[in-house]
Design a protein around this ligand. Structure first.
Ligand SMILES: NC(=O)c1ccc[n+]([C@@H]2O[C@H](COP(=O)([O-])OP(=O)(O)OC[C@H]3O[C@@H](n4cnc5c(N)ncnc54)[C@H](OP(=O)(O)O)[C@@H]3O)[C@@H](O)[C@H]2O)c1
Length: 290
């Protein structure tokens, strides 16, 4: 049996747990902050409950640890990371943002860490259920570790895409999600806001700033990326939202440092001027203070 720990049993931790328990060779250990006795997911109109024992002891070190925390949770999770990451434990960091290895490198070697982007909209609904909208799509860098990660799942529970240039993919997702997410979050509107050409111009400016910063960090962004992004917003339903908008509306902390703040940080390191993104970061942080 493979001993797999899941740190953080919110929306994504619950979705990943559900996929992992399906494989008969996985033994799962759950590490929560708020005590939980069940994972509750609604998927394709079915309600699924998985009983969990978050106090289960283990005698040996974990083979894998999946970290499903938000960016702002890492600072207070250091003690757990020390306890949960053994010499041979493979660590998968599943979250938004870039440079996902950085908070983990104090605890293990670089080759034991797999960065993972996830596309799987999931939100809390009534009675402590999470509504999972679709099958998770996970993107990881093509590697031996990625191959071993894939083997943890039964065939149909998740889609794993191994990419050659993870950095570029990661940046593209960051540029798109931070530009769109911050505009929806700050206006308090869904994608209907893009009916206004001035808002499209703002989106373009944010994309352009993001592209410059990404290139300065070594990402290879093709010339047609901006027009692809503009074509994409034209196809979105007017009611489409974003996680940043949902966080604002539900009063949760917005993951600024995993979105526009991540661009701001690299821009400052590489001395790239990003005045619009900088202003947006200030406004988002102000919302978080409220
Ligand atoms: N949800 C989505 O649709 C979605 C989609 C794509 C990407 N993502 C990304 O995936 C990442 C995780 O997001 P999420 O939506 O799953 O967040 P979430 O629902 O807030 O889950 C995070 C969980 O971590 C727990 N936690 C915090 N500190 C902890 C600690 N020290 N020890 C153990 N547990 C701890 C929290 O516990 P409490 O219950 O005590 O707060 C919470 O249950 C984020 O980067 C997010 O942006 C999310």
């Amino acid at each position: 049996m493979r001993k797999i720990g899941i740190l953080g049993l919110g929306a994504i931790g619950s979705v990943m747990s559900r996929a992992l328990v399906a494989h008969p060779e996985n033994e799962i250990f759950y590490y929560t902050r708020t005590p939980k006795s069940k994972i509750k997911i609604q998927f394709q109109n079915k309600k699924i409950e998985i009983p969990i024992d978050s106090k289960k002891e283990r005698s040996e070190e974990l083979d894998w640890l999946l970290i499903c925390l938000k960016e702002y949770h890492f600072e207070t999770a250091k003690e757990q990371l020390v306890q949960l990451i053994g010499v041979y434990t493979k660590v998968v960091v599943i979250r938004n943002g870039i440079e996902l290895k950085a908070p983990i490198t104090p605890f293990t070697t670089d080759e034991n860490i797999l960065e993972c982007m996830i596309d799987c909209p999931t939100q809390p609904i009534e009675d402590n259920y999470y509504l999972q909208y679709r099958k998770p799509i996970l993107k990881v860098e093509k590697s031996k570790l990625a191959k071993r990660f894939r083997a943890l799942f039964t065939k149909n529970d998740v889609q794993i895409i191994e990419v050659q240039d993870y950095k570029t993919e990661n940046w593209k997702k960051l540029i798109e999600s931070s530009a769109l997410g911050s505009i929806l979050c700050l206006t308090g509107r869904t994608c209907s806001v893009f009916e206004n050409p001035e808002v499209i111009d703002l989106y373009k400016d944010l994309l352009r700033e993001g592209i410059e910063v990404a290139k300065s960090n070594g990402a290879i962004i093709e010339g047609n990326f901006e027009s692809e992004m503009l074509d994409k917003i034209a196809t979105y339903s007017k009611t489409k939202g974003s996680s940043m908008l949902s966080d604002r509306l539900t009063g949760n902390i917005i993951e600024v440092n995993a979105k526009n703040g991540a661009i701001e940080k690299v821009a400052s390191q590489n001395k790239i001027a990003t005045p619009i993104n900088d202003t947006i970061c200030k406004l988002l942080r102000q919302i978080n203070q409220n």
